[in-house]
Design a protein around this ligand. Structure first.
Ligand code: GLU
Length: 426
């Protein structure tokens, strides 16, 4: 027995790692998987911590800490985003890496799971400092990443420009251009059409599948509240608006807005562009993030971060359907409350998988040096995510569990089956 392994039992109930391990324990209860494989999948395969200096614009250097965790490489190279946030901890990255493993397995793409993060508020850095930080972090990761071993992508606090710097740093180091080293890059250097919209679009596709299952057919009669207006939340809002749904509330880190008659999303995007926040949008009432979660609406889309729906507020959620755009927004304790109240949840590893699905398309296009058009990308995204939804639903029915357990059980079984045929080395 290795003593220094991460110990989830010492985690507080609001830690993402507690949530990830508790979900794993629940999901594996009714699966007949060999105990050795069960134990193996519980732990991250490797964990990397780096402390590195970044030169600030005033000439001084400052030390930063970053991580990259590979949870699993059983189904293929590890895949997952890089997050820049002051909330980043090794435990958070462990949880997010584990969720990537289940997410990729669930949608049946040939990847394991990874995640990375740097403890930094990117808003406090100038563009040059952000580039310095990214290039130095990328160079620290070089022993771990490659197009055939571990492929990073954007996450909270990072974007296509950050991916371009990582691609360039890696390429300059090896001496030739390697587009397939990251996904979510600008199209001009090998990014894919549709990657920016992919996660938000996938959220709304799974929302529509759930509404169909619940027998709700009127789009304009369906009210939607979205927590978070970053890449996931804003693209989910745009696609839902385009599809004819009524978006009554959205929020960002500063706060939220509410309009029972529905928000004009194209106008709101312009407002955000001009002011940097959704707040004070004309014709709407300002609210806070907690009020958004308790809002009267049909669908609630948490698209911000972990641990938002907890035992403290799950009793007050009024939506009948929750579609998880964020990773880990609902704690296991909140899941129990939502289940008792009959609230239907489309879990994160299914609802937000559109991002990594189109990342996979981007990687395939890069490796083949052949690009697809947007229609093709969206058609294949729809096919894969709906197939995963159907598999989740039928396993949820078969095992008489909720959608989260249906999704986790499907994914974990797939990794276990692959591990069984691969066998333990040596
Ligand atoms: N960061 C995204 C996620 O949590 C995308 C990961 C990827 O595309 O590799 O799913």
């Amino acid at each position: 027995m290795v003593v220094a392994l991460p110990n989830p039992t010492t985690q507080s109930h609001t830690s993402a790692y507690h949530t990830a391990i508790e979900q794993y324990n629940r999901a594996t209860q009714n699966l007949s998987i060999d105990d050795n494989i069960l134990d193996y999948m519980r732990y991250p395969r490797r964990e990397f911590t780096v402390n590195f200096p970044v030169r600030r614009d005033d000439g001084q250097t400052e030390m930063f800490t970053g991580y990259r965790v590979h949870h699993s490489t059983v189904l293929g190279p590890s895949k997952g985003g890089i997050r820049y946030s002051t909330g980043v901890t090794l435990d958070e990255v462990r949880a997010l890496a584990m969720w990537m493993t289940w997410k990729c397995a669930l949608v049946n793409i040939p990847y394991g799971g990874a995640k990375g993060g740097v403890v930094v508020d990117p808003k406090t850095l100038s563009q040059r400092e952000l580039e310095n930080l990214t290039r130095r972090y990328a160079s620290e990761l070089i022993p771990l990443i490659s197009p055939h071993s571990d492929i990073p992508a954007p996450d909270m606090g990072t974007n296509s420009q950050v991916m371009a710097w990582i691609m360039d740093t890696y390429s300059m180091t090896v001496g030739y251009s390697v587009p397939a080293i990251v996904t979510g890059k600008p199209i001009i250097i090998g990014g894919s059409e549709g990657r920016t919209e992919a996660t938000g679009r996938g959220v709304i596709i799974t929302m529509m599948e759930a509404l169909k299952q619940m027998g709700q057919s009127s789009r304009s009669g369906t009210t939607v509240a979205i927590q978070g207006f970053g890449n996931v939340g804003s693209n989910a809002a745009s696609f839902a608006y385009e599809m004819g749904f009524t978006i009554v509330a959205v929020s960002d880190v500063m706060g939220g807005i509410y309009n029972p008659r529905g928000l004009d999303i194209p106008d709101l995007l312009e407002h955000v562009q001009a002011t940097g926040t959704v707040m004070d949008f004309r014709g709407s009432e300002n609210i806070n993030n907690e009020e958004l979660l308790r809002m009267k609406c049909d669908v609630l889309i948490p698209a911000a971060m972990e641990n938002q729906i907890t035992e403290d507020n799950a009793d007050h959620v009024q939506a009948q359907l929750i579609v998880e755009g964020a990773n880990g927004p609902t704690t296991p304790e909140a899941d129990d409350i939502l289940n008792d109240r009959g609230i239907f949840v489309v879990p994160d590893i299914l609802a937000n998988s559109g991002g990594v699905i189109v990342s996979y398309f981007e990687w395939v296009q890069d490796l083949q040096a052949f690009s697809w058009d947007k229609d093709e990308v969206f058609r294949q995204l729809q096919r894969i995510i709906v197939r995963a939804y159907d598999e989740t639903q039928s396993n949820a029915e078969k095992f008489n569990v909720d959608m989260r357990m249906g999704a986790q059980m499907t994914a974990i079984q797939r990794v276990a089956d692959a591990m069984k045929v691969r066998g333990f080395y040596p």
